[in-house]
Ligand binder design. Structure first.
Ligand code: SAM
Length: 299
């Protein structure tokens, strides 16, 4: 495999004049599901890559960074996570990390059954058996409709592992969706979502922060460097419902040890440090006017 010639340079559609390219040795699959265009590429730098509607979703080589940051950071702030909801997440990487916290039940609501089928076949290392765990409850439905109709169901954490807010995932960034998530969260529960690149999509980060901040008494942004995502640095938002206490560094360390978390990116120290933000990201979320040239981003 490693000696095969490069057949293509794959890149997502340019965003604000920026594009990064991946050398591809082979296209393993190209198909269309009822919801989206799907490709699995064997890339030179990151191994197998899942691409939905032209956007990189996950790669074998760096999925651990995204999934550890998306899941472990919020769950370390929940003292006893029992019931966790994942919206999206069809590759299984988030499900696998949620199960590592000793939860009683992890419900994953994915709109597109074919993403799960393809991921299990072509990217089995990402889910690493999570779909076969008896605590995994996989539902194929639109996450927004599911939460709207989830009468009586409540969760200790809601993790939005979706595609970017265009196409089927757009509803997952709406005020209505945030409100249903708020209702379905138990007291002390946390909500987390990825919000894309703060430098390429500052408006996306600001809008999601405003929307969540209007409902949740606690909302903070954190960051991680994930090489296969556009411009590397990815933003996340974590919101907490009343009564909610941010876990202290000693509590995070104690929970880490109790749960025997095994990671390749996150450490207990980083789970706190990831919330320390550069000035331009603080400016975006605090709604400062960035068009005056003080910061290198134009909203
Ligand atoms: N890490 C990825 C990223 O940020 O690019 C997300 C990966 S995961 C494969 C995203 C999943 O969200 C896709 O499988 C997609 O089908 C699913 N999805 C998109 N909109 C959804 C919705 N409204 N309800 C449930 N799942 C949705």
């Amino acid at each position: 495999m490693s000696n095969r010639p490069v057949t293509e340079w794959f890149g997502e559609a340019p965003e604000r004049g920026f594009r990064q390219l991946f050398a591809v040795r082979e296209e393993l699959l190209h198909t269309r599901s009822a919801y989206q265009d799907m490709r699995v590429l064997e890339t030179v730098p990151f191994g197998r890559m899942l691409v939905l509607d032209g956007a990189v979703q996950t790669t074998e080589a760096d999925e651990f960074i995204y999934h550890e940051m998306l899941v472990h950071v919020p769950l370390l702030h929940v003292e006893h996570p029992r019931d966790v909801l994942i919206i999206g997440g069809g590759d299984g990487g988030a499900l696998r990390r949620v199960l590592a916290h000793g939860v009683a039940k992890a419900t994953m609501v994915e709109i597109d059954e074919q993403v799960v089928r393809v991921s299990r076949e072509y990217l089995p290392a990402v889910g690493a058996g999570a779909f076969d765990d008896p605590r995994a409850n996989v539902v194929f439905a639109d996450g927004a409709a599911y939460l709207r109709e989830a009468a009586g169901e409540s969760f200790d954490a809601i993790i939005v592992d979706s595609t970017d807010p265009v196409g089927p995932a757009q509803v997952l960034f709406s005020a209505d969706f945030f409100a249903s998530a708020y209702r379905a969260l138990r007291p002390g529960g946390v909500y987390v979502t990825q919000v894309g690149s703060p430098i390429l999509l500052p408006g996306e980060l600001r809008e999601a922060y405003r929307g969540l901040g209007a409902l949740f008494p606690h909302c903070r942004a954190y960051l991680a460097g994930i090489p296969s995502y556009p411009a590397v640095l990815l933003g996340f938002l974590m919101a907490g419902k009343e009564p909610f206490a941010w876990a202290t560094p000693p509590e995070i360390r104690a929970r880490w040890e109790e749960r025997w978390l095994e990671t390749a990116y996150l450490t207990p120290e980083l789970a706190t440090a990831a919330f320390v933000l550069p000035a331009y990201v603080q400016a975006i979320i605090s709604g400062q006017d960035l068009s005056q040239g003080r910061f290198p981003v134009v909203v």
